[in-house]
Structure formats: structure tokens, C-alpha cells
Design a protein around this ligand. Structure first.
Ligand code: BJW
Ligand code: ZN
Length: 234
């Protein structure tokens, strides 16, 4: 059944979250050992937190950027990249900011929550590669205009990049196979894409170590590690 669905698929969307990068050594947000167990999101991942304590927020992201640079794509990222050759249309929609999909070879990646590889001036909006900036410890580097550089990610309360999200919605509505990997499905509006795909009639395949609120929408739920299951699906 799953086999037939995959073989017949023409338009595929793979929707990913922090769980796919867990086997590359990057922390997830929620659950045991997750980043939010040690930190409160509102202390670090909001524009208010950055305004209140830019050095603290800057240091936290500098540490995570160092970990991301050192991390390597895993078997899950690589399997997804290889799917591009198998389907007429294949898009990766990711909530991740680590660029591991691109480094694994995926060419069409929609970054819903931005990327830590880019920084931008909080005052004038000028965008620069994060590794071109001096180390953020302390204080965060400043732009020529005097503003502070902030990570190029989407914080709570901020809008997602509109054109990127609009395309993600279109692709989700047009997909015949929608594969959800390693996300708790608890952050909106990203999580709503699964509903968009389900309502439009796509087969939903979930790959996760645990059940999530999205499992109810899934045609098929595969429980386990993405790095083990995704190469098998191939
Ligand atoms: C494995 C595995 C392995 C582990 N293999 N699986 C509607 C209802 C309620 C609230 C809202 C709503 N609409 C908006 C909101 C508010 C808010 C929100 O969603 N809040 C909820 C928490 C309730 N949303 C927003 O604020 C968004 N903006 C917005 O709505 O703007 C509106 C607006 C419009 C116009 C003007 C102004 C505003 C923005 C959300 C931004 C989220 N940002 C973050 C931080 C990014 C930067 C950073 O990294 O620091 O994005 S939060 C964090 O969560 C990060 C992630 O992308 C995101 C999702 O997490 P993810 O990927 O699902 O990770 P986990 O840890 O939750 O789950 C991992 C999963 O993997 C688990 O299920 C494991 O079991 C599994 N797993 N290892 C397979 N090896
Ligand atoms: Zn500036």
C-alpha cells in the first residue's frame, strides 16, 4: 500500500523539523534533552528577548551556529536528496535553520524559519553571511549604520517570509505524497501545511520517533529514527 503510493507519486513534498538533524548531533527543541528544557523560548527566541539582552541571545545563537557548521548531513538528509531523481516534482519544506538539506544535495529547499547562515541588521535590514561577521561574544557585531546584527531566523511573533510560505502552501496543496519528518507539529503556521496537503487529498506519511498531533492526519505512521527509516523508504 505504502509502496504503491510512493511509486505512483508525481508531486512530492517532504516537510521536516529538528528531528531530522538530531542524528547529526543537533538538539531538538521539545522533549527530553531538547533545547527548551534548559531555556525558555521567550527568553531567547523572540524579538523582545533580543532587545532586552542582545549579548545573551547573540551568544546562544553563536554557540548553535558553531555546532551547525561542525555538523554533517546524515543518512536521512542524503536519502531525501536522492529522491529528487525519482519524482517529476520534489520540494523540501523545512522548519530547520541549519542548511543540512542543501549540504546533502537537495536543490529545492523552502526555509520557513529562515537560516542561521545569514544575519541581518536589526535596524536597516542589511543581510550578510553569518561567517563573515566577527565572533558574537560579546557584544553582537554592529552594522555600519549602528544597528546590531541579528540571526536571520524567524522568532515567535514574527511573520514567516511571505513568498516562501506562499509557495510552501501551493506545493502542499498540489502534492500527491506529503512526507512529514521529525517535527512535533506544534508551531504554527508551519504545522498547518500538513492539513493543507491532507485536505487536498495527498497521502501523508509521518516519520517520527513518537506520535504527534499530526499523526491523526497521517495515512501511514512510521515510528523510529529518520536516518534509519528514510533510506529504507528509498
Ligand atoms: C525524531 C528524531 C529522529 C527526534 N528521527 N524524529 C496558532 C495557534 C497557536 C499559536 C500560534 C498560532 N499561530 C501562530 C502562533 C504563535 C506561534 C506558535 O506557533 N506558537 C506555538 C508554540 C503555540 N507562531 C509564531 O509566532 C510564528 N509566527 C507567526 O505566527 O506570525 C504571525 C504574524 C503575522 C503577521 C505579523 C506578525 C506576526 C513564528 C514561529 C517561529 C518559530 N521559530 C522557531 C525558532 C527558530 C530559531 C531557532 O532555531 O532558535 O523555530 S521555534 C522552534 O520550533 C523552531 C522550529 O523550527 C520550530 C518547530 O520545532 P520542530 O522542528 O517541530 O522541533 P521539535 O523539537 O518540536 O520536534 C522534534 C520532533 O522530532 C519530535 O516530534 C521528536 O519526536 C522527533 N524526533 N529525533 C525522527 N532521529
Ligand atoms: Zn544596518
Amino acid at each position: 500500500m505504502l509502496r504503491e503510493t510512493i511509486v505512483a507519486a508525481r508531486r512530492v513534498v517532504v516537510f521536516t523539523g529538528a528531528g531530522i538533524s538530531q542524528e547529526s548531533g543537533l538538539g531538538t527543541f521539545r522533549g527530553p534533552g531538547g533545547l527548551w528544557e534548559r531555556f525558555r523560548p521567550e527568553d531567547l527566541a523572540t524579538p523582545e528577548a533580543f532587545a532586552r539582552d542582545p549579548a545573551l541571545v547573540g551568544r546562544w545563537y553563536a554557540e548553535r551556529f558553531a555546532a551547525m557548521r561542525a555538523a554533517q548531513p546524515n543518512a536521512g538528509h542524503r536519502a531525501i536528496a536522492r529522491w529528487e531523481a525519482l519524482f517529476p516534482s520534489m520540494v523540501v519544506v523545512t522548519q530547520n535553520i541549519d542548511r543540512l538539506h542543501q549540504r546533502a544535495g537537495s536543490r529545492d529547499v523552502l526555509e520557513l524559519h529562515g537560516t542561521l547562515w545569514l544575519s541581518r541588521c536589526a535596524r536597516c535590514g542589511r543581510q550578510v553571511p553569518t561567517d563573515a561577521l566577527p565572533p558574537a561574544d560579546p557584544p553582537p557585531p554592529r552594522c555600519a549604520c549602528g544597528g546590531l546584527f541579528r540571526p536571520g531566523v524567524v522568532w515567535f511573533g514574527e511573520p514567516l517570509p511571505a513568498a516562501v510560505f506562499a509557495r510552501a502552501e501551493r506545493e502542499s496543496a498540489a502534492a500527491d505524497l506529503f512526507v512529514v519528518v521529525g517535527t512535533s507539529g506544534s508551531v504554527w503556521p508551519a504545522a498547518g501545511l500538513v492539513e493543507v496537503a491532507a485536505r487536498a487529498g495527498a497521502a501523508i506519511v509521518e516519520v517520527n520517533r513518537e506520535a504527534t498531533p499530526l499523526s491523526a492526519l497521517a495515512t501511514e505512521s512510521l515510528r523510529g529514527a529518520a536516518g534509519e527509516i528514510l533510506p529504507l523508504l528509498l
